[in-house]
Design a protein around this ligand. Structure first.
Ligand SMILES: *Cc1c(COP(=O)(O)O)cnc(C)c1O
Length: 496
């Protein structure tokens, strides 16, 4: 099973799990997939009896065949052993009719911690067997950057460069990244939006000149974005674990189908849920929840994915995305693993900015995926109403998932549908906007934090509380054309 993975666009481009983790993206620009994923089945009884860490081992060992048991257990222990503030790692709480899966109890208070505490460990283990070094390039719309910096900080034989859209992340997200410590980290603002940064990072991975410059320092360039299988696979775990918690809470019995509502940007989170369902988790529907950048809502309603549209800056910046990269993997499985079809759509997207999947594919997609989008005003209304009714404070991203979950439950008149809404960030990361939704104006991010603390029954996460006093260490802002040189410079400096 050494070459278990392949590109979504070409079966000839194969890789072991370790190679896929190190490469990030396939050489043709496609994404690594496991063709036999739908034949890998997870035993639900085992999940129901396992701790989160046990369940992580069950899922990871099924999908990363060339890692040894000892390697995986060490990786999992290092990731989750003591960096999460909730012993359940991802606790499930009932809020009204919706079950909220809180994914934000990691070191940076965002759901990306769940994967980005584990990915550096998986990389480090893979590097050990190959005796190499890796420089991670990450474009971020806000949360990934900090979670990746924190995950990679001082991990041996690795370095990390993070690029965020200057002025387009929250004050808290900015401070989190700009104050990052570590001897192997670089943080840059980019003039442009997230897609500009991500597009250039993708180009840099395919740039032969830069690869040569890196190779001079025995460095390979790799990705920590959600296209990396080492990001995706850890996220499958909490879908199974949420199911376990519902059974334990007596909400469902084993075998019953449930649904998930997922605030979506790059499509990694919801794709991980789809992977869980391919591996045997009983799922009725996935609700793909979007903000005003509703390209996925339109796609799931019409079958046409069209990125030719204005980019809208919203109060849920981690979902301000026009090209949802991981959708390519869903298309691969939904198109019965027809690489030529996938390659064709991606070519259309590149050449024309849109593609159309046709009525048959659309029907298949709609059988499993519902969708909906909420603009900022609607998002604030949800935050307001949920707090008013249940005393629970949602962040803007989580509110969008909650809103769609609640709508789905209300629309389902004839039977009860159990819907889990994924809560992807702590409301304390977006204090001013959350307060605004609750009827209080406070633009100063730290004053807002303290005001929210007075209202919210849940305490401020320690990592965010410490930020107020943290020193800014990274100040560079670049044009996208300058990113290549910055990366070459980081190779020389960090791995001298
Ligand atoms: C990244 C992120 C999302 C979107 O997740 P994708 O995997 O990109 O779809 C949603 N909410 C928050 C808070 C995030 O950081």
């Amino acid at each position: 099973m050494d070459s278990a993975y392949q590109s979504t666009r070409d079966k000839a481009l194969q890789a072991s799990a370790k190679q896929a983790v190190l490469n990030g993206i396939a050489p043709d620009g496609g994404l690594y997939v496991l063709p036999e994923l739908d034949t890998v089945k997870i035993d639900l009884d085992q999940i129901l009896q396992g701790s989160y860490l046990d369940n992580a081992y069950t899922v990871l060992s099924a999908l990363l065949p060339d890692y040894t048991k000892e390697e995986l257990q060490e990786c999992i222990h290092n990731a989750y052993g003591n960096s999460f503030t909730n012993e359940k790692i991802t606790p499930l709480r009932q809020v009204g009719d919706v079950y909220v899966l809180e994914l934000f109890h990691g070191p940076t208070s965002a759901f990306k911690d769940v994967a980005l505490t584990l990915l550096p460990q998986l990389m480090s283990a893979a590097l050990k067997s190959q005796e190499g070094k890796a420089l991670i390039l990450t474009a971020t719309s806000g949360d990934t950057g900090k979670a990746a910096l924190s995950g990679f900080q001082d991990v041996p034989n690795t370095g990390i460069c993070v690029f965020y859209p200057d002025g387009k992340v929250s004050a808290m997200q900015y401070k989190q990244m700009a104050s990052q410590q570590g001897s192997n980290v670089k943080v840059f603002g980019i003039q442009g939006n997230f897609d500009d940064a991500q597009t250039e990072v993708k180009n840099l991975f395919l740039n032969p000149e830069l690869a040569k410059q890196a190779a001079r320092h025995q460095v390979r360039l790799s990705s920590a974005n959600s296209i990396n299988i080492g990001r995706l696979i850890p996220q499958i775990v909490y879908y199974f674990d949420a199911y376990k918690q519902l059974v334990q809470q007596g909400v469902i019995e084993k075998g019953e189908e449930i649904s998930f509502s997922v605030p979506t940007g790059n499509f990694g989170d919801v794709l991980a849920g789809y992977y869980a369902s391919l591996m045997g988790l009983p799922v009725k529907k996935f609700y793909v929840a979007s903000n005003a950048n509703n390209v996925l809502t339109e796609f799931l309603n019409t079958g046409r994915y069209d990125k030719n549209r204005p980019f809208i800056q919203t109060i849920s910046p981690s979902m301000d995305i026009l090209v949802s990269s991981n959708l390519e993997r869903l298309l691969y499985y939904m198109a019965d693993k027809d690489e030529a079809k996938v390659a064709g759509w991606m070519q259309d997207l590149k050449d024309k900015g849109f593609y159309e999947v046709g009525p048959e594919m659309l029907e298949r997609l709609q059988a499993k995926f519902g969708c909906g989008s909420y603009d900022d005003a609607a998002t604030k209304q949800i935050i307001h109403d949920v707090f008013e009714q249940y005393g629970y404070v949602l962040d803007p991203h989580s509110a969008i998932g909650y809103g769609l979950a609640d709508e789905a439950i209300k629309a389902n008149q004839d039977g009860k549908e159990v819907v889990v809404a994924l809560a992807t960030a702590s409301p304390y990361k977006f204090c001013s906007d959350v307060l605004d939704a609750l009827g209080t104006q406070e633009k100063d991010p730290w004053k807002a934090l303290h005001k929210l603390e007075e209202i919210n029954p849940d305490p401020v996460p320690a990592g965010l509380a410490a930020l107020e006093e943290a020193e800014i260490l990274h100040k560079d802002v670049l044009k996208t054309e300058e990113m290549q040189q910055a990366v070459a410079g980081a190779c020389a400096e960090l791995f001298a």
